[in-house]
Design a protein around this ligand. Sequence first.
Ligand code: PLP
Length: 437
Amino acid sequence: MSKHLSPEEILALREKYLLPGTSTYYEKPLHIVKGEMQFVFDHTGKRYLDAFGAVVTISAGHCHPDILKRTMAQSEQLQHITSLYLTEPVVRAAEKLATIAKDANPKMQKCFFTNSGTEANELMGILAKAYTKSHEFVALYHSFHGRTLFSMGLTGQSTWRHSMPYSYGAKLVPSAYCYQCPLKLEYPTCGVACADQVEDAVKYSTAGKIAAYIAEPIQGNGGVIDPPKEYFPKVYDIVKKYGGLYVSDEVQTGFGRTGGKWFGIEQWGVKPDIITMAKGLGNGAPAGGVVTTSEVAEPMRQLSHFSTYGGNPVTTTQVLATIETIEARGYKENAATVGGYLKEKLVQLKVKHPLVGDVRGKGLMLGVEFVKSRESREPAAKETARVMEACKERGVLVGKGAQAGNVIRIKPPLCVTKDDADTVIDALDGAIREAAK
Ligand SMILES: Cc1ncc(COP(=O)(O)O)c(C=O)c1O
């Protein structure tokens, strides 16, 4: 007999004791009891390839031994004391983070650790207001930036904006979603007209200057929306013209996920003023953070800021160990190699299956959009849910995204191999065939 609770028992306890609204994947939710690099195991011992990386949090690998041994040693030494006292792990992690962030912008220097990505985006709002003395922000349709009232205001999906209006000052503009172009244009003849919407938003719906523009380099939750190469450079110039800071939300795209680079925005060659992060930063530890330039950070000297748990010794030990492991094991390069291979194979699936409308993304941040027909491009949400279920039956966990719920998200731990990529493709191939019936 299993020593674990059954999924039904856990569901009953969740219903009794957890807030309603905490949803689960799958008709019969999985009870996961163990993680080992790119794999997880359910309560019966069945192994799954985790091709969603626990919602993109597992960068190096589940319970990666190189990381775990350092975190466990720190846990035995000192778990918590707060930043009112001096500790070494937080400055070591900040030093490393500032160093790798210089690849995105050589002026990056100052860090603050939070407990989540939402909190990192809240702090970003405080920093941008303090530095620019402006209070309005531009963000994108399809974006996801968190679940507090400010970050909900920046988020461009009605599903996640349920508690509006409480925050003020966020203007949302169409994102560079070429497959379902909000302006009904075609790339490249469109001249990336969606970027001009940022300028229109500043001119016509703000006081004419902004604190910041925030975007995920590739929109994750919104459905792996991967803008063309001209989009962010064009937006950057507009943001600077109106005195704003450029913020890259790298909660999903950071730490090698997009292949070959530490941060997703490096793929577009734009130099952000602020990077916000979480998920892959901690490889499963509740870590978030902000990195910025000394100039942008300076006004904070006049304002007190504090987080009880942000920057604690255990989490920052795991942060440093995660970055060093990704570096030492060549995982961001692996993301480029295996991700490139996987994308090629996904494109072959598109040729085979009319249900597949689009394949997009970079490195190991890939998405497959399902449509009822290639002509109408109407979202095929039910079929997407069936693909997910059928992948699970084949031992592969994938994620789902987009407001319409019609994009499969493939974002495994960065330690995956080409054999794992083949496993994902075989599972998807069979699952799509089944879903199309
Ligand atoms: C791009 C992005 N930003 C912010 C967040 C919020 O992060 P957290 O869930 O750690 O608060 C998420 C979470 O999914 C995200 O995907």
